[in-house]
Design a protein around this ligand. Structure first.
Ligand code: RNT
Ligand code: ZN
Length: 412
């Protein structure tokens, strides 16, 4: 008997349908963030990354152009099972230059072509950082009317780009608003910035666009580097905004207090929202953006999505940027780990475990949960890789090493 068949028998004994899990996993799209490829640099040559976020490390071989970024993403997709989406930022416009408030769909034609040729979807983010008008890390809440309306226009322009992606590619495009706005030191007035942010968002979302093509989300944060004392777009602010205005909340796993977890928030939001969006990432001390590891919280996030039967209601996107290791490798590790966590979740006997909880049988619940941690999940993952013709185990890394030697190391 093959290792896969043995694994299948063991899972079956507990009523888990392994083949169904493999089929389901094959259909889950993960939105891969383009910005891991070049440390959130983008193509505007606007200078340093700003907005209270930071990529650290100087591993050689970072993509410098759209062509290089596309090639690196192709490498990643050749090593990740399934067909996914790409999540891009407005500062990654490829076709012609325009100020951010004047961006149009035509500035992203190469992305549309890239995605169409590969059967990928596209998600989008206005870029409210790394720009002279965001030098003080204030954008949609800026006290200056001219600056604030520049960013409002940017927000409006980006929604049209996202709607274009959705229309052209025949799949919904998520347009996510995250702004850095906040203060390093204790502010005198917290109310006015939040009132201004609310008004700016209202202006941005005023235009009705086809919900078949675009869905909007707002992403909260707890603090940023150099913005430690106050964040305008806090969790409560956006949770209420989203609930009242009919946009989605985007929960970034790195944007909460250290003992607060996104895995617990999913079931708290689902009764109130049709959908929610995630930036799955790994916070470490002050940083919110380390590469996904197959750790407890990642497994718990995946478990919650599956347990809530919400695979079609939770839009899964990744958000990390590590410049200290091979960037293609970082992407592959993160994408595969997200999928592994989902597979792990799909292979749990949810109904049985829930019944134990309902009966109050917490001894058995703990015993079985713990035993399942050592079930031969890796053998099923290996089968999934074979089914999608991508290398299993550590094999894929050889291919990245070769790519580094022949392609990335030539970039000086
Ligand atoms: C920053 C937010 C935001 C960014 C990207 C680049 O803390 O997480 O999502 O990481 O938009
Ligand atoms: Zn994020």
């Amino acid at each position: 008997m093959s290792r896969f068949d043995t694994a299948k028998t063991l899972y079956q004994e507990y009523g888990v349908d392994v083949d169904a899990a493999l089929q389901t996993l094959g259909k889950i799209k993960i939105s891969m963030h383009c910005w891991q490829g070049d440390d959130v640099s983008g193509f505007e040559n606007a200078g340093d990354l700003s907005g209270g976020i930071m990529a650290t490390g100087n591993y050689p071989g970072k993509a410098r152009t759209a062509e290089e970024l596309f090639a690196d993403m192709d490498k990643v997709f050749s090593l990740v099972p399934g067909r996914h989406k790409v999540n891009l930022h407005a500062c990654y416009a490829t076709d012609g230059r325009a100020e951010r408030d004047a961006l149009e769909p035509r500035h992203f034609e190469s992305w549309v072509q890239y995605a169409r040729e590969r059967g990928l979807g596209l998600d989008f983010n206005p870029t409210f950082f790394s720009h002279p008008k965001a030098a003080d890390s204030l954008t949609l809440s800026h006290p200056d009317d001219a600056i604030r309306s520049f960013w409002v226009e940017h927000g409006k322009a980006c929604r049209r780009v996202a709607a274009h992606f959705g229309r052209e590619l025949g799949q919904l495009s998520l347009n996510n608003v995250w702004i850095p706005d906040g203060y390093k030191n204790v502010p005198a007035d917290r109310f006015s910035p939040r009132q201004r942010l609310k008004n700016s968002l209202d202006a941005i979302f005023a235009e009705k666009l086809d919900p078949e093509h675009i869905v909007d989300s707002v992403e909260s944060k707890v603090f940023g580097i150099g913005l430690e004392s106050f964040t305008v777009g806090s969790h409560e602010f956006y949770l209420n905004y989203a609930a009242q205005k009919g946009v989605l909340c985007l929960l970034d796993a790195g944007h909460y207090h250290p003992t607060e977890v996104v895995s617990d928030k999913i079931s708290a939001l689902l009764p109130f929202f049709d959908k929610l969006a995630l930036h799955v990432t790994r916070p470490v001390r002050w940083d919110s953006d380390h590469v996904l590891l197959f750790d407890d919280e990642l497994r718990e996030i995946a478990k919650e999505i599956v347990r809530c039967d919400a695979l079609d209601r939770v839009l899964i996107g990744l958000d990390f940027f590590d410049a200290s290791i091979n960037r293609v490798s970082a992407w592959v590790v993160g994408m595969r780990n997200m999928q592994k966590a989902l597979l792990h979740a799909l292979l749990l006997p949810h109904a049985k475990l829930a019944a134990m909880q309902a009966k109050g049988d917490f001894s058995e619940l703990m015993a079985v949960q713990e035993e399942f941690k050592l079930y031969p999940f890796g053998d099923v993952w290996e089968r999934f890789c074979e089914m999608h013709e991508v290398p299993a185990r550590c094999e894929w890394f050889k291919s990245v090493k070769e790519y580094e030697r022949t392609v990335q190391s030539k970039r000086k």
